[in-house]
Design a protein around this ligand. Structure first.
Ligand code: SAM
Length: 290
């Protein structure tokens, strides 16, 4: 997730690398860094999940309606599997439209927000939120739509984990279903990003991204202060999320190897239209069918 575009943060690549290294070193010393060697280490901790709820849910809310409109005339069954569902805002949109939704996420903190905002649908038996790893899961149901949004799959540490996720999507998708996910491209992830997310008397939140061309990674560091309502004390949080830059031609090849028969990349502007040079965009949506 790299989402903040603030002018004035132009840094040279070598400087970015040095800063990344410095931050990694410093945070490692403090023992607070989350480096994702495998999916199991992924984190969206207590504080970052709160920051996400307060600052970062506009994107999933915005894209929900676009994806819904794209799919509305294309699928008959209204059951959706949301991989890396996060705080459940996309799920909420589709639940309101009459879908049954199952969400999977590795962060129990993100999931607790998802469960809170969708409580009524859970009680009605229309929504289920599962604490799990999208690279390794098995459910009894099949789904007409499988989604993974806000470049969640960039969080997977390597191509093997991405391919494992594709295999899981394949085995859980109906024959006529759609698997749609978005990825930040190399172009998107290598741009300097960051800035103030929000501030008031209760919190101060910053985000800053760093591109590491050596390892084809981009890191987004979230840090700041947040007032704990119970104690009135300010707590300093600091979490770094890693993103892997995947080659889109390899992504396409892997999807075909998995068994999917139709794959194209589009932008949110027009999900029906295949774009010819996806690496020239900052973010693309893969539209995938069996
Ligand atoms: C940027 S958030 C996106 C959340 C949601 N899809 C949205 O659009 O708002 C990324 C989410 O991916 C989850 N995640 C990362 N790796 C995962 C994995 N291997 N299995 C399940 N969830 C994962 C994180 O916990 C986090 O909630």
């Amino acid at each position: 997730m790299v989402h903040v575009h603030v002018a004035g943060l132009v840094q040279h690549a070598h400087l970015q690398l040095n800063v990344t290294a410095l931050i990694l070193e410093t945070t490692l010393k403090k023992g607070s860094l989350t480096i994702f060697k495998g999916a199991k280490n992924m984190s969206y901790g207590y504080h970052l999940s709160k920051i996400y709820m307060n600052n970062l849910t506009q994107f999933p809310m915005r894209i929900s309606s676009t994806i819904y409109n794209f799919l509305e005339q294309k699928v008959d069954n209204r059951n959706l599997l949301d991989l890396c569902c996060g705080t459940g805002h996309l799920a909420y949109y589709f639940l309101k439209k009459g879908y049954h939704v199952t969400g999977i996420d590795l962060s129990k903190y993100m999931l607790s927000h998802a469960k809170n905002i969708n409580t009524n649908y859970i009680r009605a038996g229309k929504a289920t939120f599962i604490h799990g790893d999208v690279t390794n899961f098995s459910l009894a149901n099949r789904y007409s739509i499988i989604l993974s949004t806000y470049d969640s799959l960039n969080h997977l540490d390597n191509f093997t984990l991405l391919s494992d996720t594709f295999k899981n999507a394949y085995s859980h998708l109906d024959e006529n279903g759609y698997f749609i996910f978005d990825l930040n491209t190399k172009q998107g992830l290598s741009k300097p990003n960051g800035g103030l997310l929000s501030e008031d008397e209760n919190h101060f939140n910053m985000a800053q991204s760093f591109y590491d061309s050596t390892w084809n990674k981009a890191y987004c560091r979230y840090y700041g202060f947040i007032k704990e309502p119970s104690t009135e004390h300010y707590f300093k949080y600091d979490e770094t999320i890693s993103n892997t830059i995947f080659s889109l031609s390899e992504v396409e090849r892997s999807l075909y190897q998995t068994g999917f028969t139709s794959v194209y990349f589009a932008t949110l502007r027009d999900l029906d239209r295949k774009i010819e040079n996806p690496e020239s965009k900052d973010r693309v949506f893969a539209i995938v069918r069996k």
